[in-house]
Design a protein around this ligand. Sequence first.
Ligand SMILES: [Zn+2]
Length: 338
Amino acid sequence: MRGAILYGPRDVRFEERETPKIIKPTDAILRISATCVCGSDLWPYRGINPVPQPTPMGHEYCGIVEEVGSAVTSIKPGQFVIGSFFASDNTCPNCQVGYQSSCQHAEFVGTAQAPLLRVPLADGTLVATPAVPSDDLIPSLLTLSDVMGTGWFAADAARVTPGSIVAVVGDGAVGLLGVLSAQQMGAARIMAMSCHPSRQKLAREFGATDIVTERGDEGVARIKELTNGIGADSVLECVGTQESMMQAINSTRKGGHVGYVGVPHGVELNGEKLFFAHVHLHGGPAPVRRYLPELIKLVWKKKINPGKVFDLTLPLDQVAEGYRAMDERRAIKTLLRP
Ligand SMILES: [Zn+2]
């Protein structure tokens, strides 16, 4: 089997890798229908996270169950399934309260840019669709594995409810799907912060009512101006830098909520500033598994089309170009087909 391997900064190769097999009786092997490149894959790709040894890549996946271990009871060969980037048993105390990405037995699923994938804890991790989907649904179903679930968590953590005034920091795929999530949750106003015309257009399609092109303190000032000096009820932080985090906190009204899902890189919060900010902060790695049943329904009924974030589709063997296009911001998100 050949799959993606990251060797170092800007060096992804499509190479021979070990074919995955059942290791534990709770495992499943999937034949991947589609996978993709995540914004977070760009951190090691750009050398910001070190790559000590050649590393298989990919943590977003959907596909057909090929084989299951002897202890797997609910997942069956032939089913089309979606799972999260963290395998979870879905039964431990953390899972029971909806934080499957902090499962006591969580395992990272990180080898998905390949034709075959081993998923641990199959019964707890994977959710089957009502039937094998038609091809046109596959991009949207794939987004539920991470990017849509993460945007949804950002909106949920920021307590978006009907009538909310929302701001979204970040116009990557997660931020754009955060806009879509806020729209689904009934937000009255969604201010998307973006200075890229193609991303602004998609943000509008997903429900943004205002586009804010300024960033940092100027972005905060613009949000304040648009909300009579008050700030937004709910702010989704979908980047993970010091600037974006402070932009989110300072754009939030007193008593409002920040949902932060950008993986932090060098973010440090000043205790005194946080104290006087008077906002709720909630975030972390999205418990995508919690939302899968609900989001599968929305895609299945064609109520949402999050697959629109894929503006580049490539055969898996061109994975290196998929990374390059995202790194150079020529593509919002690359879908890969084995
Ligand atoms: Zn658990």
